[in-house]
Design a protein around this ligand. Structure first.
Ligand SMILES: [Zn+2]
Length: 297
């Protein structure tokens, strides 16, 4: 068995990699949580399940980012039913939506067509999920709302374990990518504030190592989001376009975007911060000579 296949006992497993995959097995029936970047990763997880003489009966996607669902199409072709929150599942069914969102709805540039932002295989049919209890493959699961990083992200809890998608990033990732990808900053902060009270003793995030205590990582991620929001507000010393604001915020973190896709991912986060400021009445947007300018109130 591979060294990054973790067995926590009681039918709880994880395959750690570029993005992590969760597996729950009981009485020979298995549920997988997320499918990895591509078919090579999901195939690896499937082999581990088969080596345990279990049958994969369901795949649950936490959210519609290609590094988490890229391998789902391959599993679906093999007859594995795929489940996801509706908006996230729409992206798994139509992977082009992800680079379309990142490029403001226009035909995406070549740089957004790599497999990290455009999954190479789609899932023909995705069953919609809502938060709450759900039995899949005979396993009593709880679907936990974890909105913010992605609009409808869900965690999957079984017993005292919660596979929690990208609700937190490890410290190393935050150091490497200070402007973490965010679609709704307020929703994410609310989610992070509620995380420590969740009744789980093992959290398996989509990236990095599993942790017993989620509070420190929740605090770290929340602090970064708050900081980005503050830096965004501070950048509005004069009315600015969002791209100018991003330049100021990136400079504060000493970030230089090496390619357009990294810039566009960060711009989404910056837009989320501006929306948050608008909701709070701390900033307004207005047109001026065909410039869409943000200014403090
Ligand atoms: Zn993600």
């Amino acid at each position: 068995m591979s060294t990054n296949w973790l067995d926590f006992g009681a039918g709880i497993y994880a395959l750690l990699g570029g993005s992590n995959i969760g597996v729950i097995i009981s009485e020979g029936r298995a549920v997988m949580v997320d499918a990895g970047l591509d078919r090579s990763v999901s195939r690896k997880a499937l082999r581990e399940i088969e080596a345990l003489h279990a049958r994969l009966e369901a795949l649950v996607l936490t959210h519609g980012h290609a590094d988490h669902f890229g391998g789902a199409g391959w599993l679906a072709e093999r007859g594995v039913p795929v489940y996801a929150p509706p908006l996230e599942g729409a992206i798994a069914a139509q992977p082009l939506l992800e680079p379309l969102f990142l490029y403001g709805g226009a035909a995406p540039i070549a740089e957004l067509r790599g497999k990290f932002t455009l999954a190479q295989e789609s899932v023909r049919r995705v069953e919609p999920l809502i938060p709450g209890p759900l039995t899949l493959a005979g396993l009593p699961l709880t679907l936990v709302p974890l909105r913010g990083h992605a609009p409808e992200q869900l965690g999957v809890a079984y017993g005292e374990t919660c596979y929690c998608g990208d609700v937190v990033f490890p410290a190393e990732t935050l150091a490497r990518h200070p402007i973490l990808f965010c679609t709704d900053l307020d929703a994410w902060l609310e989610t992070l504030a509620g995380l420590p009270a969740l009744p789980y003793t093992r959290f398996i995030p989509g990236h990095g190592e599993p942790v017993a205590e989620i509070a420190p990582l929740a605090a770290l991620n929340a602090a970064r989001l708050q900081e980005i929001r503050t830096l965004t507000w501070e950048a509005l010393t004069e009315p600015r376009e969002s791209s100018e604001v991003l330049r100021v915020v990136a400079a504060a973190y000493d970030v230089t975007f090496a390619a357009p896709q990294f810039y566009l991912l960060a711009l989404t986060t910056l837009h989320a911060a501006l929306t948050s400021l608008q909701r709070a009445g701390a900033a307004v947007v207005e047109m001026d000579a065909n410039r869409m300018l943000w200014r403090r109130t």
